[in-house]
Write a protein of this length. Sequence first.
Length: 242
Amino acid sequence: MFADIDHLKSTLDTHRPLLPHLVKSLAEDLAIRWTYHSNAIEGNTLTLLETKVVLEGITVGGKSLREHFEAINHKEAIDYVYELCDRNEPLSEWHIKNLHGLVLKNIDPDNAGRYRCANVIITGASHTPPEHFLLNERMGELVAWYETKTNLHPIEKACQLHTDFVIIHPFIDGNGRTARLLLNLELIKHGYPPCIITVDKRLVYYEAIDDWATTGNRHKFLTLIHDCMMEGFGVYQKLGIV
């Protein structure tokens, strides 16, 4: 299913390392688009241009302080993802909590980086996350699965890490953003460009997760990620790299 993506990645690999100015330009563009779309999926009303301005340190009139922090925090979380990849550190619950702590920094300090202490339901979803007293066990199982599943295709493993995390829903808030950061952590670790799930695909994205959670059908989600990753390679195609 991912043969075409692997072909594009192999072509991209032949051009690596890219020129420093190109790497910097691509990273800045990616951080803005990734931050905008991931936050917009969760209801943040900053536009793409407003997100860019906020990340440059300028406030936007008429927008809430929370929305500003969501943009700034997400960029810091992206930097943390790259830091973990550069250090090639194995994923742990500690890293996941740190990542979530960045997502909710200055927004909800009482819950940032802490598993929820209450049961929750996901509005509109058919599945129900596990009860709060099971979270340590379930998250421990998720990390243990991650450590042992070395035979899966990296994209498939990234998808399952994302979706299993969403199904567990270990935090009160910020699960979606954290899940998409984990998805891309796994992709970046294996040399793939990050996958940006755009806000216009929000309904398809939620339906695909719910289908996986309730029926075990992974095809919708894997297809969505495939399509988003193919779109992501468009930037490199415009530059004549792939």
